[in-house]
Design a protein around this ligand. Structure first.
Ligand code: ADP
Ligand code: MG
Length: 289
């Protein structure tokens, strides 16, 4: 297995902090998985896409669901197809290797060129899942008893694992990863993120929308505070809807783009009656009153 030194510098469409960029480069240099945590919408999935794009490598995405098992990522032995072929087909079914289908990890291991492997939302699976992958991720190899073949990574993949922090991950797993927590973006960074997605928006519209957005996020008692993706949709909706700038903070129009829970609507509307989102900056911190 060859190890090549690579440096991630970011991509034009992804705003990356220096800390995060360093974590990516350290994890690649040490050949360890990078575990990215952070609330939804903080750009975890997009980071893997940006790394692949920035390094010119293929991205393999393994989307984890509540039913996903570690074995699914290695390989699946298609016994049903083999049985079918043995009864109705005319070809030789004794060669079992033709019924072994690689999972995402297997695919990454067999690739001639290094790839970026995104194991997305690992916290969706049960607690055993990360532990079941430890050996394979450590050794970069696994054994297929049905064929007696050991699959070993031709090139060490760059492994990015994301978690929405729904569950704590096992210690043994955490020990093997480089960990990075993506904080929710500060307004300055958020303005850059909005700008890369919607470069032609009026500055004033973006600043009014951001004031309303951060005011909403500062309210206590919200079940699901809006995230970056909702803000990106909202600024676009405000533009398409031709909403006048004066209304953005006072009325928070098209609130349904930002807020998805009834109860959160009520919280925001009742607070809007008593205050208008308004920002004052004290010692570099954003204070809402
Ligand atoms: N740093 C960033 N730079 C550019 N776009 C971002 C950034 N962070 C989030 N986004 C945008 O926000 C949305 C949600 O990002 P995503 O990667 O799906 O978040 P997560 O996986 O953390 O839930 C996407 O549309 C993405 O383009
Ligand atoms: Mg994601």
């Amino acid at each position: 297995m060859q190890v090549e030194v690579r440096e991630f510098k970011g991509t034009a469409d992804y705003i990356v902090s220096e800390d995060l960029r360093n974590s990516v480069n350290v994890s690649m240099a040490l050949g360890r998985p990078l575990l990215i945590k952070g609330e939804p919408g903080t750009g975890k999935t997009m980071l893997a896409k940006s790394i692949a794009e920035g390094l010119g490598l293929k991205l393999i995405i393994w989307n984890i669901k509540s039913t996903t098992k570690a074995q699914d990522g290695l390989y699946v032995y298609d016994t049903v197809q083999r049985l079918y072929d043995s009864q109705f087909g005319d070809h030789n079914v004794s060669d079992i290797s033709q019924y072994i289908k690689m999972g995402k990890l297997g695919e990454a291991f067999l690739s001639d060129k290094p790839v970026v492997l995104l194991i997305d939302e690992i916290d969706k699976a049960d607690l055993e899942f990360p532990n079941d992958l430890l050996w394979e991720l450590d050794m970069m190899s696994f054994y297929i008893p049905e064929t007696g073949v050991t699959v070993t990574a031709k090139q060490r993949p760059i492994v990015i694992i994301t978690s929405n922090a729904e569950k704590e991950l096992p210690d043994a797993f955490l020990r093997r990863c480089i960990f990075h927590y993506i904080n929710f973006p500060e307004p300055e960074m958020m303005a850059n993120i909005v700008n890369v997605h919607h470069p032609h928006l009026e500055d004033k519209l973006v600043s009014e929308a951001m004031e309303a957005f951060y005011w909403i996020r500062s309210l206590s008692g919200l079940q699901k505070p809006p995230s970056t993706s909702e803000l990106l949709d909202w600024v676009q909706a405000l533009t398409v809807g031709g909403v006048s700038l004066e209304k953005i903070r006072k009325e928070i129009p098209l609130l349904g783009v930002l807020i998805k829970k009834n109860q959160d609507f009520d919280v925001i509307i009742s607070r809007l009656h008593t205050q208008t989102p308004n920002k004052t900056t004290t010692k570099g911190q954003n204070v809402w009153r």
